[in-house]
Design a protein around this ligand. Structure first.
Ligand code: CA
Length: 449
């Protein structure tokens, strides 16, 4: 468990006014890490490590060159080589050097702290409007879990299953191995895939997939890796979680339902989006909460998935939302519509349990590996965190305020995910947006260039 320290002090404020705005995603208590380049630079310009505060981006390598870091804070920043495309080498060091970096940045950015950065803010800070964000790390492996009972139960009912939630759901955190190569950073357009599915008349079709969906998820990024053949005790799982990002597990549902004899394949792998800023496990320490209660029909947890610490502090007080903006809404100047407002406590399993179960057979995890929570749906209608649930698998269309209907996402639709950790007596911290707009499918086959 990560102890609270001066960086979490709710009274701490930054000399940067935008960091103190109520409702800001990036107050001084957050300090999420990412990789940026400047809009004014060439597309191919190498990304470098940064921290977000208020509406600004702090260039960590420039601060180091200005002599503002020493010790473990410097070690964390210097671990990322100029040729590196992500934070992996910093993450591989585990959470301690990143914690030293966080402490130093908090000191440089706080009101009444070290003035070394404030004096040179003009060259060491950039407006977020002027930067291009990249994937925060190279993601070698991606695993997506299925941990929301209401999500699983609704999908089971749509499929007409007599027992919509199979017993294994209660015994272990179910998952499949996802595709890492097609993960992209927020803002990257999402090309509607071509695929194969079984139509309502029983015929087998191939073409542009109509049944496009979003899935609102939170995902953990692995920091210090684990060793092949060596399991990780539940109370040590947190030592391997560097931080969290938002994940939109874009899904071609008709393809997934037809192909899924051995788990999801092309119905998921065309692309997934993540938010660019890694909210560290340390930043989320004030928001630890009880793990959700076990359902009455669930058997007792096996010892390897149970610990008093995980029960008491394994949950996270994080609210998540999904928003939709259609092309017609943008043309008429109307703002996005909220599709879902849910909470991480709707998940049956904690991230610690997911990681421990993942390694329980000896599978090794590496710095930068991504573990998705699964769709964070709750029991309430407004907590349905994908369109499949909202529109009852296409049977009951969603009616939008401007008169449009949605059974599935259409070309031009833009989905934005958001999340905030909050609560009484704490300064809320946000994740920044995870957005993507659907582009029409490409013709199949592609015409010769
Ligand atoms: Ca998913």
């Amino acid at each position: 468990m990560i102890a609270l320290n001066a960086t979490h002090d709710p009274a701490r404020r930054s000399w940067l006014a935008s960091a103190n705005t109520p409702g800001a995603d990036f107050p001084i208590q957050n300090l999420p890490l990412g990789m940026f380049s400047l809009q004014s630079e060439a597309d191919a310009a190498a990304p470098r490590p940064a921290v977000a505060i208020g509406d600004q981006v702090v260039d960590l390598r420039a601060l180091d060159a200005a002599g503002l870091f020493s010790g473990d804070a410097a070690r964390a920043v210097r671990a990322v080589a100029p040729s590196d495309l992500g934070l992996n080498a910093m993450m591989a060091l585990g959470n301690q050097p990143a914690s030293a970096l966080r402490a130093r940045l908090s000191e440089l950015l706080r009101e009444g702290g070290d003035s070394g950065l404030r004096e040179r803010a003009g060259t060491l800070l950039h407006s977020q409007a002027d930067v291009r964000m990249h994937l925060p790390c190279r993601i070698g492996d991606y695993t997506d879990f299925l941990t929301s009972y209401p999500h699983t139960e609704r999908h089971g009912r749509f499929k007409g299953l007599a027992d919509p939630v199979t017993p294994v759901f209660h015994s272990l955190p179910v998952a499949y191995h996802g595709r890492a190569s097609s993960i992209r950073v927020s803002g990257t357009p999402v090309r509607r895939p071509n695929g194969q599915w079984k139509a309502a008349d029983g015929s087998i079709q191939f073409g542009a997939v109509e049944a496009m969906d979003l899935e609102l998820e939170l995902a953990a990024l692995v920091g210090a890796g684990t060793r092949l053949a060596e399991p990780v005790p539940l109370d040590q799982a947190g030592e391997h979680i560097f931080g969290y990002v938002l994940l939109n597990d874009w899904s071609a549902k008709s393809v997934q339902w037809w192909e899924q004899m051995l788990g999801p394949f092309l119905g998921k792998s065309f692309m997934s989006s993540i938010s660019p800023w890694v909210v560290t496990a340390e930043a989320l320490a004030p928001f630890a909460m009880r793990a959700p209660a076990r359902r009455p029909e669930a058997p007792p947890l096996l010892p390897y998935l149970h610990s008093a610490q995980d029960r008491e502090r394994g949950g996270l007080d994080i609210a998540l939302e999904a928003w939709l903006s259609t092309a017609a809404m943008r043309e008429t100047g109307s703002g996005p519509v909220r599709l879902a407002a849910t909470h991480l406590s709707n998940l049956t399993w904690t991230f610690g349990q997911m990681l421990t179960h993942h390694c329980s057979n000896g599978c090794d995890l590496h710095p930068g590996d991504l573990m998705g929570s699964g769709t964070v749906s709750g029991e309430r209608d407004d907590e349905r965190a994908c369109l499949t649930e909202i529109a009852s698998a296409g049977k009951e269309p969603l009616h939008l305020p401007n008169g449009e209907e949605r059974r599935w996402l259409q070309d031009g639709d833009e989905v934005t995910l958001r999340a905030r950790a909050g609560g009484e007596g704490r300064v809320a911290i946000g994740f920044g947006p995870c957005a993507g707009r659907i582009l029409p499918a490409l013709p199949y086959p592609l015409p010769k260039a």
